[in-house]
Design a protein around this ligand. Structure first.
Ligand SMILES: C[S@@+](CC[C@H](N)C(=O)[O-])C[C@H]1O[C@@H](n2cnc3c(N)ncnc32)[C@H](O)[C@@H]1O
Length: 246
């Protein structure tokens, strides 16, 4: 067993000081990795159920193979890992604004790092997801007009509790319409939220997408001993279900 607490790295960024720490939780008898933004917890390896469900529910809404997928927000990598577990995924672009987070995976400071980096289907893209949608530049795609079968997003706490004010416009119908322009017909947008299902979010999604469903994900909270919930929205564009190229 290593030290009880270790700050593995920290950096000043445009949105605050981001730090990575590993600590031994004596009551759970396991190592916990945490990413903090200033004094706020952004991500903990203790809470990963809904992060993985974001990928599973989003991809379950698609039929066909040879799927090209975008994950917005790398974090500890649980959404990306769950997407790669789906063998129908042909390519995965993970858009992350903080170079340090990508580096932590590349340096294997995080438990899933080596696995994610060595999978030939995955590409880490350093950039601002919302700026990429806003200016139409795409997600570091091979060509600016490349379309994707699914975009799985977990960056903000929720559409109404955003990390930076510049993110808020994305969750309005106009922002969602821009995102839909990067999807194939029948494509899926899945969104993680820390808040309970919100009628206004569903309303914005159904202005742009043919269907939208809010899934409540319940998981055990090791600190309270009780249960906690997150929400995963899955919205799908109208259009034929995806078929692989013949
Ligand atoms: C909650 S974490 C993602 C957790 C991830 N779903 C997982 O399974 O570990 C949010 C991530 O989004 C990143 N992020 C913040 N703003 C961003 C932006 N504008 N564009 C891309 N990534 C951003 C943060 O640095 C952080 O790594």
């Amino acid at each position: 067993m290593g030290a009880r607490f270790e700050e593995l790295d920290w950096r000043e960024t445009s949105i605050g000081v981001i730090s990575l720490r590993r600590r031994r939780d004596p009551s759970l008898e396991r190592d916990v990795h945490e990413i903090k933004l200033d004094d706020e917890f952004l991500m903990s390896s203790l809470f990963t159920v809904a992060e993985a469900e974001l990928a599973r529910l989003g991809l379950d809404a698609l039929s066909g193979t040879d799927l090209d997928v975008v994950v917005g927000g790398l974090g500890l990598g649980y959404t990306a890992q769950a997407a790669l577990e789906d063998q129908r995924v042909r390519s995965l672009r993970v858009v992350e604004s903080l170079e340090s987070v990508i580096e932590w995976h590349q340096r294997a400071l995080l438990p899933l790092g080596s696995e994610l980096v060595s999978d030939r289907r995955s590409h880490m893209v350093h950039g601002d997801f919302f700026a990429m949608v806003g200016d139409g530049s795409g997600f570091g795609a091979e060509t600016p007009d490349q379309r994707f079968h699914a975009v799985l997003l977990d960056i903000d706490h929720s559409p109404t509790n955003v990390l930076h004010p510049s993110h808020a416009a994305f969750y309005e119908p106009e922002g969602l319409r821009r995102l839909a322009g990067h999807l194939h017909p029948g494509g899926v947008f899945a969104l993680w939220s820390d808040d309970p299902p919100d009628e206004n979010v569903n309303a914005a999604l159904t202005e742009v997408f043919a269907t939208s469903e809010a899934h409540v994900i319940t998981f055990t909270n090791p600190y309270t001993g009780g249960e906690s919930t997150n929400t995963v929205y899955v919205a799908k564009l109208a259009g034929p279900d995806h078929c692989p190229k013949g």
